[in-house]
Design a protein around this ligand. Structure first.
Ligand SMILES: C[S@@+](CC[C@H](N)C(=O)[O-])C[C@H]1O[C@@H](n2cnc3c(N)ncnc32)[C@H](O)[C@@H]1O
Length: 438
């Protein structure tokens, strides 16, 4: 039986597509692909076609060193690996994911994928697979951008030039500054993916109304919230799920993303996307999808606000040491229409601001002491926080904690608890994401 990895790398999926279907590739944060895959699966439900029926334990890359929590041998509708999520369906699926996903960086149409032996081989496979007229207007300019992982006898620039020449020789115009279309490729050892960037970046949010020196990227914040399993995201009544607490909240990104997950808000409902200028775009399907997303979100939000009634109990709460960041956080919560608040104080003494029995989950990104502050203050702060968590745990706190940090203090000091650690590539660093069931 073919594995999912075999399928993507053999090119068979090109033949398997229905006339009106494509395989899409969404990029996300390395190390959290499974979380993004679950979000996409939930958004698309039965509107995505199975990519393949792989055996238990297989995933998109065919590597068994990567997580696949289902591993149940069921049809895989959404595959993941190498910082990417793959799914197949009609155009409305691309539009839905572009407007509604909170966890991905960008999305594109997968044009080619495979194993290759040399740069010439890679060029030949792409030439064989890609039908440029389906994606590029004759008057549109393009650029090619490859990222390379592993050792090769060519650079990313070499790949850009060699693959770019395929389209240039067909009469398409190269523009490396303001191209109409970006063709994105990734080379991982002897395997590659090649796509057209259909959306542009999807992680910008309108609620960023003030400056913080180290805000977390919104889609990473969202991934951490989903990873935590904080019941607010899944329960019908957020009032029953306990408060989501970020004890080192800075400008409040995690708080907004947590509430947006509760209300199932499509963060890019009103954004513009690169596909709007592409030859395959269908404005009618797009507008239908937008109306569907808007209606389901507004309906759900109204239901939630009804449930919460006049209650002014915040659903999300932050603590922050500096007044200027507290002010910024409150402004951000306002801009994101979030029923939450932020206290000025010491996050390591969080139980002085929120009663432990009111907490439903903790998701946080404490100061690393690398870019701002120093390790000298950051490590003891981590330590004080974990010690407090331990104390509270002993008095019956029973909630998930998710924390992103380069320091390993969590595993050193929370021994005896089930700790899941992931290595995540973020901001040019490898950092740890810990998930602990307290
Ligand atoms: C990495 S930043 C968090 C950024 C935040 N996630 C955002 O998106 O804006 C860490 C924050 O912790 C704050 N901080 C440092 N020490 C603290 C303490 N003892 N209690 C609460 N906050 C603290 C810093 O001022 C900083 O705003």
């Amino acid at each position: 039986m073919k594995t999912a990895g075999d399928l993507l790398f053999s090119g068979d999926w090109l033949e398997d597509r229905q006339e009106d279907e494509e395989v899409y590739v969404a990029t996300t944060i390395y190390g959290l692909e499974d979380v993004a895959a679950r979000e996409i699966e939930a958004l698309c439900k039965n509107d995505v076609s199975p990519l393949s029926p792989p055996p238990a334990g297989e995933n998109a890359t065919g590597r068994d060193d990567e997580r696949d929590e289902r591993g149940d041998g069921s049809d895989k509708r959404v595959l993941y690996g190498h910082g990417k999520v793959f799914f197949r369906g009609k155009k409305n699926i691309l539009y839905r994911v572009a407007m509604a996903s909170k966890t991905i960086n960008r999305a594109g149409v997968l044009l080619s994928a495979g194993r290759f032996r040399s740069l010439g081989d890679l060029v030949d496979i792409i030439k064989r697979d890609v039908e440029p007229e389906k994606y590029l207007g004759k008057k549109q300019s393009f650029e090619v951008r490859f990222k390379r992982f592993g050792n090769h006898n060519f650079t990313s620039m070499d790949a850009n030039a060699a693959v770019g020449e395929i389209f240039h020789s067909m009469g398409y115009r190269v523009d490396l500054t303001t191209p109409d279309v970006t063709l994105r490729g990734w080379v991982h050892d002897n395997r590659f993916f090649f796509s057209i960037d259909a959306t542009g970046p999807l992680y910008n949010r309108h609620y960023r109304v003030c400056k913080h020196p180290a805000p977390i990227r919104p889609n990473l914040a969202s991934l951490l919230v989903f990873l935590s399993g904080w019941p607010g995201v899944f329960e019908k009544n957020p009032a029953d799920s306990g408060v989501l607490l970020d004890p080192f909240c800075g400008s409040g990104t995690i708080l907004v993303e947590a509430w947006w997950a509760v209300e199932r808000r499509p963060p890019n409902l009103m954004s513009h996307f690169r596909f709007e200028n592409m030859v395959f775009h269908d404005p009618e399907v797009f507008e239908n999808e937008r109306a569907f997303l808007q209606n389901t979100w507004v309906e759900h939000r109204e239901k939630l606000l009804d449930i919460l009634g006049g209650s002014d109990v915040p659903v999300v709460v932050g603590i922050e040491k500096y007044k200027r960041h507290v002010d910024c956080c409150l402004k951000t919560l306002g801009a994101g229409d979030v029923p939450g608040t932020c206290f000025l104080g010491d996050g390591a003494r969080f139980d002085e601001y929120v009663a432990p029995e009111k907490i439903g989950g903790v998701v946080t990104n404490p100061p690393y002491g690398l870019r701002i502050g120093s390790k000298k203050t950051s490590l003891p702060l981590h330590h004080r926080f974990i010690e407090r968590i331990k104390r509270i745990k002993h008095s019956g706190l029973n909630v998930p904690l998710v924390m992103i940090t380069p320091h390993r203090v969590v595993e050193k000091h929370l021994t005896g608890l089930p700790i899941e650690r992931r290595r995540v590539a973020y901001g040019g660093l490898w950092v740890n994401v810990y998930r602990v069931d307290l």
